[in-house]
Write a protein that binds this ligand. Sequence first.
Ligand SMILES: [Zn+2]
Length: 97
Amino acid sequence: MEENSPSEYTRQLSTIRKKRMFLWFVFASYIPAIVLAFTVGNGQPTAIVVAIIWLIGAGAGGVMVSFSRCPRCKQLFHMRGISTSWGRRCRHCNLRL
Ligand SMILES: [Zn+2]
């Protein structure tokens, strides 16, 4: 398969979407996870473990999203220079997710 074919674009854009969904899931899960840790778990030690796991997930998700490559221009999809934007368009060529 040719590297820049439309189906390859679609596949790579789908991968970026999945990474973004993972990151939003991690962000949205913080409060419920901490509340669950305090209510179901044994209080603060469980909440600390959940917070550490959450921080690792958020860091990994942020790195995965920030360093995604655009299938069209091969630049970083969400980064331009040192600034990051998690918008739905490539920061370099405006390719839409
Ligand atoms: Zn691009």
